[in-house]
Design a protein around this ligand. Structure first.
Ligand code: FES
Ligand code: FES
Length: 158
C-alpha cells in the first residue's frame, strides 16, 4: 500500500507517494533526488545517513518516510544558504576534516545540531558529540579541529 506524504525538505514542501516501508534515506535519495545524504551500513551504525529532523539529528536509514509526514528536514544540501557554505562546512574545508568525503554529510549535519545546542563544546563534548559518526579515512583529528573551528566561526558571525 502506498501513502502520500509531505516532507518539508530544506524549506520546501515536497509531496511524495511511498510504500509504508520506504526508508527516509531511500526517499530522500531516490524519490527526491537528494543524493547528498549517504548510505553506508544501512542499520544505524555509521551515521553517514544523518539528517536533521526538526533540527535534531536522526539516522535516515532507521526512519520510515511515512513516520515523518509533515516534518521539517534538513539535508546536507540545505546547510548552505545563498550559495555560501555554512560555518560548519567552511570549517571542515579549512581544517581538512574530510578525505573521501563519504562520511561528511552525516558529520556536517551532526555537528550543525551539536553546535546549535552547545555553541562552545569542550574537547570531551566534541568527542562525545561525534561518537555516533564513523569515518574510515581521517583518524578524526581534523574533524575534531573542524568542530572547534566551526564554533569559532559561528561565534564570530553571531
Ligand atoms: S547508513 Fe544509516 S547509520 Fe549507517
Ligand atoms: S572522509 Fe572518508 S570516510 Fe570519512
Amino acid at each position: 500500500m502506498e501513502h502520500e506524504i509531505t516532507l518539508v525538505v530544506n524549506g520546501t514542501a515536497r509531496r511524495v507517494t511511498v510504500p509504508a516501508r520506504r526508508l527516509l534515506s531511500d526517499c530522500l535519495r531516490h524519490d527526491l533526488g537528494l543524493t547528498g545524504t549517504h548510505v553506508g551500513c544501512e542499520h544505524g551504525v555509521c551515521g553517514c545517513c544523518t539528517v536533521l529532523l526538526d533540527g535534531r539529528p536522526v539516522r535516515s536509514c532507521l526512519t520510515f518516510a511515512v513516520s515523518v509526514d509533515g516534518a521539517e528536514l534538513t539535508t546536507v544540501e540545505g546547510l548552505s544558504s545563498g550559495g555560501r557554505l555554512s560555518p560548519v562546512q567552511r570549517a571542515f574545508a579549512e581544517c581538512h576534516g574530510l578525505q573521501c568525503g563519504f562520511c561528511t554529510p552525516g558529520f556536517l549535519c551532526t555537528v550543525t545540531a551539536l553546535l546549535e545546542e552547545n555553541p562552545a563544546p569542550t574537547e570531551e563534548e566534541v568527542l562525545e558529540g561525534i561518537s555516533g559518526n564513523l569515518c574510515r579515512c581521517t583518524g578524526y583529528q581534523n574533524i575534531v579541529k573542524a568542530v572547534h573551528r566551526a564554533a569559532e566561526l559561528l561565534a564570530e558571525e553571531a
